[in-house]
Design a binder for this molecule. Structure first.
Ligand code: SF4
Ligand code: SF4
Length: 108
């Protein structure tokens, strides 16, 4: 037990090892899969990303020519980014911020 005392004292003064997220912004990890970004100018509404999304986080309304994204369903697999032949979907290093209510996001 006495061998624990130096470590105990060190830990007492070291401070917390966790961040007070979200009040303290999280530092993006290099190569991490963060928020998805969609470039509507490049998107031709082909629907490939919608058909391949394993989490059904994307919805295409062909009649209204609208593409929407649900970040609360997304598992950040990036299948949509890999499947988009126009490079319209990319992953940013920034993380999504928490939200009290699930919200769809209009991509186009
Ligand atoms: S990252 Fe994966 S789960 Fe999220 S929208 Fe793209 S394909 Fe769907
Ligand atoms: S984001 Fe890419 S794959 Fe998805 S509908 Fe637009 S062009 Fe097609």
């Amino acid at each position: 037990m006495p061998w624990m005392i130096p470590r105990l004292l060190k830990n007492l003064w070291a401070g917390p090892v966790t961040w007070r997220y979200p009040s303290t912004p999280r530092i993006p990890i290099s190569g991490g899969r963060g928020t998805l970004s969609h470039d509507a100018e490049r998107c031709d509404l082909c629907g490939d990303c919608v058909r391949l999304c394993p989490a059904r986080a994307l919805e295409l309304d062909e009649a209204a020519k609208k593409l929407s994204y649900n970040p609360f369903r997304c598992i950040y697999c990036l299948v949509c980014a890999d499947s988009c032949q126009h490079g319209a979907v990319t992953a940013l290093p920034a993380h999504e911020v928490p939200a009290p209510q699930p919200q769809m996001r209009m991509w186009k």
